[in-house]
Design a protein around this ligand. Structure first.
Ligand SMILES: Nc1ncnc2c1ncn2[C@@H]1O[C@H](COP(=O)(O)OP(=O)(O)O)[C@@H](O)[C@H]1O
Ligand SMILES: CC(=O)N[C@@H](CCC(=O)OP(=O)(O)O)C(=O)O
Length: 299
């Protein structure tokens, strides 16, 4: 049995946590939070359970939660099993017609349903969607260019079926949110000619957040947030500093679309964006309901 003094200390600590959280709960009731759940963050079963519990708790305190999930590592594993090579350019998967079929199967199938099932197991009600449902996310081929450092000539890169959202139908999502359902969205978009587009999940989350005029965009990943050259967490980041860090390579790979998404979303009216560690237990609750927060705040 625990020592009575230890029990008392724990009770005091718990009441302190609750007292700190209550004003945030009142402030955020009725607001809209878009949470991007990255493929790396969902690797650990215990953290996945805590994530689902956090999402359900947010809904219970009156926050309109929308989840957009990734699944990059899981797509990679499936492509490997199928012996299909794939490569990344600036954090984006070059997506052939063959690869886009696998991407859709993994994202809209196994991963989407496992996130929905996790939320159900935690006592919530979720509905799994991709941009194709109700054609609520239309997309077009992403146009990417790269300047050759030697010749300074700008080249157009062909990333295949990588898409960028052209329209997100917010009213479609609000139907579910008004029915107390938590939308869980796979980052797949529908092209004008019925094509399937593979959209980076951060980009998708940003577009959904902007369309909903969300108060917060939260990107859960596998690092504490944006790290500086010495590997230290930056609690805040503005557009100027982010541009410098991307240009000098301190921000690279998958962190580039993440930071760009946050900056774009805040320019388009989202209250604030946060990049935080989805592997940390109850990362969402710590970020939302404590003064100190967690991760890197971008606004
Ligand atoms: N400055 C940086 N700070 C933090 N992470 C960075 C930075 N630059 C590059 N990264 C990389 O970005 C990764 C996160 O992007 P990504 O792998 O696409 O995550 P997710 O699957 O969660 O979307 C980190 O694991 C890290 O390796
Ligand atoms: C275009 C592009 O790169 N799409 C991503 C979609 C999944 C994703 O973004 O998942 P994470 O958030 O787990 O990285 C991909 O094919 O991996």
């Amino acid at each position: 049995m625990a020592h009575p003094e230890a029990t008392l200390r724990l009770a005091k600590w718990k009441s302190g946590v609750l007292a700190e959280a209550l004003p945030f709960m009142r402030r955020y009731a009725g607001s809209t939070f878009v949470v991007k759940y990255g493929g790396h963050a969902m690797g650990d079963a215990r953290a996945a359970r805590h994530f689902a519990e956090d999402v359900v708790l947010l809904r219970r305190v009156g926050i309109n939660v929308v989840v957009v999930h990734g699944g990059g590592p899981q797509i990679g594993a499936m492509l490997q099993r199928l012996k299909i090579q794939s490569e990344f350019v600036d954090g984006l998967r070059v997506t052939s017609a063959e690869i886009v079929d696998v991407v859709e199967m993994v994202l809209s199938g196994a991963i989407n349903k496992s996130v929905v099932a996790g939320i159900s197991a935690a006592g919530g009600k979720a509905v799994g969607l991709s941009g194709k449902d109700g054609a609520f996310v239309t997309a077009r081929k992403l146009r990417r260019t790269k300047r050759d450092p030697d010749s300074q000539i700008e080249r157009v890169l062909d990333l295949g079926y990588v898409g960028e959202p052209t329209h997100v139908d917010a009213s479609f999502l609000r139907h579910f949110m008004q029915s107390d359902l938590i939308p869980v969205i796979a980052p797949i978009g529908l092209g004008a000619d019925g094509e399937t587009f593979n959209i980076n999940a951060d980009t998708m989350a940003g577009a959904v957040a902007a369309a909903l005029d969300a108060d917060r965009l939260l990107l859960l990943t596998d690092v504490k947030g944006v790290l500086n050259g010495a590997g230290e967490l930056l609690p805040e980041l503005d557009a100027g500093h982010a541009a410098e860090m991307i240009a000098d390579g301190t921000i690279s790979g998958g962190m580039v679309p993440k930071v760009e998404t946050c900056l774009k979303a805040t320019r388009e009216g989202v209250g604030a964006a946060v990049i935080l560690d989805g592997r940390a237990l109850h990362a969402l609750l710590l970020e939302i309901f404590t003064e100190a927060g967690a991760g890197t705040l971008i606004r």
